[in-house]
Ligand binder design. Sequence first.
Ligand SMILES: [Zn+2]
Length: 217
Amino acid sequence: MKLESNGILIGLQPIGERDSVAHVFTRDFGMMHGVMRAAQIARKNKPLLAQIGAVSWNARLESQLGAFHWDAVENLSAPLMMDMHALGCMNAAFALLNALLAERESYVALYDATVAFLHDLANGNAMEKYLNWEIGLLRELGYALDLSRCANCGRGDNLDFLSPRTGRAVCRDCAAPYINKLYRLPINLDTTLHFIEMVCAQSGIDVPVARAYLSRM
Ligand SMILES: [Zn+2]
């Protein structure tokens, strides 16, 4: 069995002295795992985190780990090396994709958004861009935050609060009786972290360290 797509290399774990198990977020097949032979010792075309490239995956049986052939086209982390915040954002995004996406389930919109996000990270305002990317991730995972109008009365102004239960905005007047139970807007990384915690709890995992760390940067 052979699968071909484009992808982002979002995880590399050494096995033995030569090979690595790679995690590739592919455009057509979502998250895939497989062995990259000689990934640790390659002198030319060494696989590196945050490369984007053409990937093919081969296995005799679909259930096997399989092996990747990887042709890197671009290294998206190279322009980020001097920017601690941008690197922190990239690591948090990769950790969440690794932890939360179902394997072999296609997330085309999220893939395209992730490539655009990584390209844009080098241009500054990393945290703000990360926040928008994470809101998109939550939408893909079934937690669509609606910040456009009040969930109770439908008004579009004075939207000062967010319901932790529904992820929808609540206006100042409607919020008055419940203020202690609501999150304050504008949304920030602590707000989205609450929803990430819910998603992780449903999957029975802890929030990845790289993401928890981001809120403290
Ligand atoms: Zn209202």
